[in-house]
Ligand binder design. Structure first.
Ligand code: G2I
Length: 460
């Protein structure tokens, strides 16, 4: 049996996609994460694993709080085809039937992966491996037809620098193995949404660029891909600032996006400061998904620190999930809940509009879109009030109550004390006469969040 650590030390993250879940429902303040997500047209799910299903209090929360489930291990090749041609679905079926009894959708994980496959696969002659891989995909996706609505068809096929990982499939089949796996999956279960899934593709970078190029190529060639899963094994305080923009660019290619394996690990022990940062980080991820229509949902890689994979792979780190080891909710839970619920706590007057002319013939309109305890999201619209196109812009303001920008998109931010400068990104510097562009950001605040002062817009 093969078992390899799937992640490069110090760099881990990925997202997965989920399915758009049914019809939005009304959720109340006390609703579960799954109910709030459904009300926003998304799902919020958890991975689980068979050994944990004997833990009744654990199962109780798993069954009630989430509306989506991913089997964390038992759909992998080593479990489903331990000997060549002998398929074994007992453990995976147990997870699937639990999910069905709780009205939860199931993400299949995973058909083709460089890790957790049985040793006999390495002995298959190179010229037979394509047939063997197709046979595996056909059988597994066929078995779960109608029960699995999203499949991680191929998992973790790229290196950090964007080259192909030299897995047994890559070495013996070549670049085409990914497309071939997707074709076999489509044939086996035409209704399932088929995803490519990887870590460290949450933000812009060489690896996500490589996946982006592959999806673009698959779309052009008619290879049946429906989504990209971003695993999102993230590190405290290091949510990529481009996560929202990156999700959006995949969506713009015409695929769905799911956050598939979210966790945010920290150096142990936990403390209140780290918990607060983690809550903020979870909020950032949830808000990024909520901001993009084609981001279909989020799955945490199990929901409790009791069953997290992190401590065994990253010694000294952990506490990565929204429930602690005793199944108590952490601040991260509240952040996720409030983000999904759209809670604005406290209910202040969140909108300020302050158009101000600057020296460069443009105005900036600053608007708080939503606000919650400790955080807010704002949008700034830049209008060219001149009579000719402008090629660059800079918006400046000063925060009066200690607020900070934590994550900004569609612009480049620099801060000095209370003073904030946002310049255009490479792609939105040009604004035609009387045209507009905009950028957005997540900010933090304590005490109060008054409108900024000294808001100006200029060409430099
Ligand atoms: O490594 C974290 C995840 C990265 N993305 C793909 C996921 O499939 C992967 O999940 C983890 C599981 O959560 C772990 O539970 O994959 C690991 C293997 O690469 C899983 O760990 C293995 C242990 O290493 C084995 O010792 C153990 O027998 O889980 C097995 C079943 O509990």
């Amino acid at each position: 049996m093969r078992r390899r650590l799937p992640l490069t030390i110090g760099v881990v993250a990925s997202l997965a996609l989920g399915a758009a879940i049914a019809v939005p429902q009304i959720a109340s303040a006390s609703s579960t994460l799954g109910q709030h997500a459904a009300a926003r047209g998304k799902y919020f799910g958890s991975a689980t694993d068979n050994p944990e299903l004997t833990d009744a209090p654990y199962v109780s929360i798993l069954s009630s709080e989430f509306n989506q489930i991913t089997p964390g291990n038992t759909m992998k090749w080593q479990y489903t085809e331990p000997q060549q041609g002998q398929f074994s679905y007992g453990q995976a079926d147990t997870v699937v039937s639990l999910a069905r009894s709780n009205n939860q959708s199931v993400r299949g994980h995973t058909l083709v992966w460089h890790s957790q496959y049985p040793g006999w696969v390495d002995s298959v002659p190179a010229n037979q491996l394509l047939g063997v891989m197709r046979n595996h995909v056909t059988n597994v996706a066929g078995h779960f037809q109608g029960q699995v609505i999203h499949w991680d068809v191929v998992n973790e096929a790229f290196e950090e620098n964007g080259t192909r990982r030299q897995s047994v499939f890559q070495r013996n089949i070549g670049d085409s193995y990914i497309a071939e796996a997707f074709r076999a999956a489509r044939a086996a279960d035409p209704a399932a949404k088929l995803y490519y899934n990887d870590y460290n593709i949450e933000g812009l970078g060489a690896k996500s660029d490589a996946v982006y190029a592959m999806v673009q190529q698959f779309k052009a060639q008619g290879v049946p891909i429906d989504g990209v899963g971003m695993q999102a094994h993230l590190i405290l305080g290091q949510v990529p600032s481009s996560i929202r923009q990156n999700i959006q660019r995949f969506a713009d290619l015409g695929v769905d996006v799911a956050i598939t394996e979210l966790d945010i690990r920290m150096n142990l022990p936990r403390d209140a400061t780290k918990d607060a940062q983690q809550a903020n980080d979870y909020r950032t991820v949830v808000d990024a998904c909520l901001a993009v229509t084609r981001c279909v949902g989020i799955t945490v890689w199990d929901y409790t620190d009791k069953y997290s994979w992190i401590p065994s792979v990253f010694p000294g780190q952990g506490a990565a999930l929204p429930y602690d080891e005793n199944l108590n909710k952490k601040p991260a839970y509240t952040a996720i809940h409030d983000a999904l619920a759209g809670t604005t706590t406290p209910p202040t007057t969140p909108t300020t509009t302050t158009p101000t002319s600057g020296p460069g013939g443009c105005t900036a309109t600053y608007q708080i879109v939503s606000q919650w305890t400790g955080g807010f999201q704002a949008n700034v619209t830049v209008r060219n009030t001149g009579t000719s196109a402008m090629n660059a812009w800079a918006v400046r303001w000063s925060f009066g109550a200690g607020q900070t920008v934590t994550n900004l998109w569609n612009g480049v931010v620099s801060s000095s004390g209370a003073n904030v400068t946002v310049r255009n990104a490479t792609y939105n510097g040009t604004i035609p006469a009387n045209g507009t562009t905009s950028f957005g950001f997540l900010g933090s605040w304590t005490g109060s969040n008054p409108a900024p002062t000294g808001l100006t817009c200029g060409s430099t």
